[in-house]
Design a binder for this molecule. Structure first.
Ligand SMILES: Cc1ncc(CN)c(N)n1
Length: 246
């Protein structure tokens, strides 16, 4: 996944003065970024046409993802360079492990998913790849690398969440609340803060390190898209069927 020199941040900002570093990494992540943020799964949450079977499959898998996301945030709290950043990240971690955890438990109950199932679920190949990328980037990589992965996950959800929040809420509380969790102003503020943090750090990095961040964001976008696809269809996307290509 190596880009030509024309797709560097330097060229991007020369052709669009004032362009943000985070706009560049999202542009570099096409077509996966648009595919993930527009996935049919996200539209079915908003219009209430989501089959229960697909949503239960998604929530079981996502609960394992959320557990690794909590660990990712722990690593980032440790690596954050100042108290302001530690406070932002730990506030989000607190929300994830309280309000959002409670959402999952109530939703599993409503969908008839027993605790034994969601507490012992093994991660599928897409989620395993996600966990690998998130935990390795935040645990072994730099603050900027971990933050880039976090940005992709949360900005993706803010993008579809805000779009679906324009529609009347679906009747099922687990669909309506999933939209609200990702469209409220507090969540938008958090994503804006991650963007501002990376917009400050990114331009000062070497072209090689900028490239690493763009590649991480691209891989994360590909995985977000594959995650929705696997939940939606109940089948693994082609790239995950063949262990050689994972
Ligand atoms: C796979 C995935 N990506 C992102 C999010 C938003 N926290 C999530 N719940 N699940």
């Amino acid at each position: 996944m190596h880009a030509s020199i024309d797709s560097s941040f330097q060229n991007f900002s020369a052709s669009a003065p004032g362009a943000r570093f985070t706009d560049w990494i999202a542009t570099r992540a096409e077509p996966y970024w648009t595919s993930a943020t527009n996935h049919a799964f996200t539209r079915a949450i908003g219009d209430g046409s989501m089959p229960d079977e697909a949503y239960a499959r998604y929530l079981i898998e996502d609960y394992t993802f959320i557990t690794d996301l909590a660990s990712t945030l722990g690593y980032l709290v440790a690596k954050a360079p100042n108290m302001r950043a530690k406070s932002r990240l730990s506030a989000f971690l607190a929300l994830l492990t309280s309000e959002e955890n409670d959402y999952f438990l109530r939703s599993f109950d409503a969908l008839g998913v027993p605790a034994e199932t969601y507490e012992t679920a093994a991660q599928g190949p897409v989620t395993r790849a996600f966990a690998d990328l998130l935990l390795t980037s935040s645990g072994k990589g730099s603050y900027a690398e971990g933050l880039t992965c976090l940005l992709c996950a949360e900005w993706c959800y803010l993008t579809w969440g805000r779009r679906e929040a324009q529609k009347p809420r679906p009747e099922k509380f687990y669909l309506a609340e999933w939209i609200d969790l990702h469209a409220v102003s507090g969540f938008e503020d958090f994503v804006d803060w991650i963007r501002a943090e990376l917009d400050e750090i990114g331009p000062a990095l070497s072209p090689l390190k900028q490239e690493t961040l763009a590649e991480l964001f691209t891989r994360m976008s590909m995985l977000e898209d594959a995650f929705f696809e696997a939940a939606w269809t109940g089948e693994l996307p082609a790239a995950f069927d063949d262990p050689q290509r994972r």
